[in-house]
Design a protein around this ligand. Structure first.
Ligand SMILES: Nc1ncnc2c1ncn2[C@@H]1O[C@H](COP(=O)(O)OP(=O)(O)O)[C@@H](O)[C@H]1O
Ligand SMILES: [Mg+2]
Length: 359
């Protein structure tokens, strides 16, 4: 059986780039209903990948298949070159140790101190006490909580608990960190701090991170690449900026809804099929997003265009946003000329209708 779990040709020589994770045609059914329906994906070393999907899409099932807590009925789950789908429980243990997990509800042991929580995986791995304590202090330093070593979880804020969760996950020097909704129980500011910490850890340690979330905002802030899961299938994937800028499926569009500005209700109520001024929605992203748009529009209409609503966000260092413009005219030919002019300069443009001049 020696080497039976090793994928042929994958990374036997030094320096060979074996992906951190590879899934090939993974199927997991519950009562004949597929929770994972032919999933294939690769996570490169050092990548941060966002896996986003609505409740019931199959995210947690995917995580359980990745860390060997569940087994697919078909397909292969390959972690660092080892096919774990056929490994015995015992043979799985060393692979599991290379996978760190962080959770929505932190899962800290309340009767143990912070240092004891972080030390736990090292104790299980048989690391001697002195080495364990040294490593625990390094990890607490890394997450900025060295002064809390002797505190108990109940004495910590949510953000501090998640930092401890991250320190514990990093203790065995994992290859892969799985995050299952790790920021879903935190407020936006704390979420931001945790995402910054994860980005630092990714950069410093070259750790591969799979961020499972239902929030596109989390993906926007941290991921290099995004996979959209819907009913057990990957329906869309690509670099975050590209998927955000031109979503191809309704699932992605609905997950994006919270990210883009939407018209306030009072403005929405004033849109009609006829009126004084055309109202257009313009989506922009990339270096072009900050180009002057309005001057070109005004040159066509002869009227100042007004920005009624909108905003720009940052996606992996690129601006991404949505603007609502009232054009100052209802003239159909001018409107068509404006749309033709803006189309090549924007990712999407839509005429929403007409609004009164005094809106
Ligand atoms: N142990 C189980 N037994 C039966 N059905 C399950 C089980 N685990 C998950 N499912 C089903 O699989 C689908 C995906 O669930 P899950 O992976 O938890 O989704 P998510 O984490 O995206 O919300 C759901 O329809 C769920 O009801
Ligand atoms: Mg889940």
């Amino acid at each position: 059986m020696a080497g039976a779990g090793t994928v042929a040709g994958a990374g036997s020589g030094p320096g060979a780039e074996v992906p951190a994770v590879q899934l090939d045609h993974v199927v997991r059914r519950f009562n004949d209903r597929p929770a994972l329906d032919d999933i294939s994906l690769t996570l490169g070393r050092g990548e941060i990948v966002g896996l986003i999907g609505r409740s019931g899409a199959g995210k947690s099932t995917l995580i359980r298949c990745l860390n060997g807590l569940d087994r697919p009925q078909a397909g292969r789950v390959v972690i660092d070159g080892t096919d774990i789908s056929t490994l015995s429980e015992q043979a799985l243990n060393p692979v599991r140790r290379r996978i760190g997990m962080i959770f929505q509800h932190f899962n800290l042991l309340s009767a143990k101190t912070v240092a004891e929580n972080v030390a736990l995986p090292l104790k299980i791995a048989g690391v001697a006490r002195a080495a364990r304590m040294k490593r625990v202090m390094e990890l607490l330093d890394l997450v900025g909580l060295a002064d809390k070593a002797n505190a108990y979880p109940a004495q910590l804020s949510g953000g501090q608990k998640q930092r401890i969760g991250i320190a514990r996950a990093l203790a065995p020097e994992p290859l892969l960190l799985l995050s299952d909704e790790a920021t879903s129980a935190l407020d936006p500011e704390t979420t931001q701090q945790i995402l910054t910490l994860l980005k630092d850890v990714n950069r410093q340690l070259g750790l591969t991170i799979l961020m499972i979330t239902h929030e596109m905002e989390v993906v926007r802030q941290i991921a290099h690449r995004v996979l959209v899961l819907d009913a057990g299938r990957i329906v869309e994937e690509g670099p975050v900026a590209k998927v955000l800028a031109s979503p191809q499926t309704d699932t992605t569009r609905s997950l994006l809804r919270g990210l883009s500005p939407v018209l306030p209700a009072d403005l929405l109520a004033q849109i009609a099929p006829e009126g004084d001024q055309a109202l257009i929605r313009v989506d922009v992203y990339g270096p072009d997003a900050r180009r002057p748009l309005l001057a070109g529009v005004e040159a066509i209409t002869g009227q100042p265009a007004r920005l009624l609503h909108g905003g720009l966000n940052d996606v992996q260092g690129e601006p991404y946003g949505r603007l609502f413009l009232a054009l100052g005219t209802a003239d159909k030919d001018k409107l068509a000329a404006v749309v033709a002019k803006l189309k090549p300069e924007t990712t999407a443009i839509e005429v929403l209708g007409y609004v009164p001049a005094n809106v």
